[in-house]
Design a protein around this ligand. Structure first.
Ligand code: PGA
Length: 242
């Protein structure tokens, strides 16, 4: 399903759907598993979730979260780490138990990374899989840090970042050379295993990649195109896909 609307309206609608899913699970004493994204795109959604917590008493006590990715080499307290981002924009403002938050650890020595990534996958499965996965999209069609060339079968792993990805992140890091070269990301298979996927793409600079992802060939050159093979994806845009 493709929905075109303003960013604020998308944030409200998705926020409400997440709140409703949390509440439905709570009523049967179950938990909801959310897959979360970072970047500028989901910020209005996180603001809406914080508002729903404060003003509509939505509790996140029965929610588990798994973030898509994290830069390698950044401490949790680094202002550009995704760990810092998530606390700043969401986790510090809601009542989610700390133990329910999973974000790939970017500071592990490389020899431990493979086992760690397998453990990340197992944890998702142990909790019953991701119920709702939130995604942004890169200008090169990446989702998470699954850069062009990522296989449909890929799982959580250490990856090298694409040049365009590092260039897009350069202003935040005050220079291209300061942007980490590697990251840990959930894989395409991990993402495709989510029961429902919501991809948000806002702004003209996302139009080409989004259009290609939805209407173009399915190819690892544009990892978001694999989403065409998923049966429950909502594409939320603020532009027309034609
Ligand atoms: P953005 O990044 O939300 O900051 O545009 C999205 C992405 O690259 O996946």
């Amino acid at each position: 399903m493709i929905l075109e609307d303003t960013i604020d309206n998308h944030a409200k609608l998705i926020g409400w759907q997440i709140a409703d899913a949390i509440e439905t699970k709570r009523q049967s004493n179950e938990h909801l598993v959310l897959g979360l994204a970072t970047g500028s795109t989901p910020i209005p959604l996180y603001q809406e979730l914080v508002r729903l917590h404060r003003e509509a008493n939505i509790s996140f006590e029965n929610v588990y979260t798994f973030n898509l990715d994290e830069y390698c080499g950044l401490e949790k307290k680094h202002p550009e780490s995704y760990n810092y981002f998530m606390r700043q924009h969401l986790f510090d403002h809601i009542d989610i138990p700390q133990d329910n938050i999973f974000i790939p650890r970017g500071t592990l020595e490389q020899v431990f990374v493979n086992d760690y990534c397998v453990g990340y996958e197992m944890k998702i499965q142990e909790l019953g899989g991701i119920d709702i996965q939130i995604l942004g999209i890169g200008r090169n069609g990446h989702i998470g840090f699954n850069e062009p060339g990522s296989s449909r079968a890929s799982i959580t792993r250490r990856v090298e970042l694409a040049h365009t990805t590092r260039r897009d992140a350069a202003p935040a890091f005050e220079g291209f050379d300061n942007v980490p070269s590697f990251a840990i990301t959930m894989g395409m298979k991990t993402i495709m295993s989510a029961k429902r996927i919501i991809l948000m793409a806002f702004g003209e600079n996302k139009k080409q990649a989004t259009k290609q992802a939805i209407l173009g060939d399915i190819t690892d050159e544009l990892p978001a195109s694999f989403l065409q093979q998923h049966s429950n994806v909502t594409y939320c845009t603020d532009f027309n896909i034609e």
